[in-house]
Design a protein around this ligand. Sequence first.
Ligand SMILES: [Zn+2]
Length: 161
Amino acid sequence: MSVAAADLAGDTGYAHAQGCAEPVSMTVARHIACSGRIQRVTSGENGRIVRIGTEERVFNRHQRRAIALRDGGCIIPGGGVPAGWCEIHHVTEHAHGGATHTDNGVLLCWYHHRFLDRIGWRIRMNQGVPEVMAPVWFDASMRWRAVTTSPIRLRKKVQRT
Ligand SMILES: [Zn+2]
């Protein structure tokens, strides 16, 4: 499948799947890109190959285990969805240059992963630790809070206070 980098990042335009005469929409392209490895070939304006990158878009099981240990479960408070049922979300989207690295991956349940933008929770990484800001209807203070349901990290918190 081929797609211009700007189109993939901007959700505009069309992609071309190999062996398929008709262009496919960017939504379809993203689903294909999401489901496995992608290789990024950067071409210049004149068609010259500028860079070939092999990138893993999918977190491997070692990264997954480490993130599960740090986050415990879905990091959006109140859900209580355990790590085993969670997906790993790229805090900075892969299409926007976000790395498939533990510092850029957090646990989200299926629901929060799909509808994160729509429900208004915001996520950022602060020195490798995820923080969330609640939507106004949930908490009007608009403050960033570190979140985890990891038993190990919660125990440390208790010991500190
Ligand atoms: Zn959730």
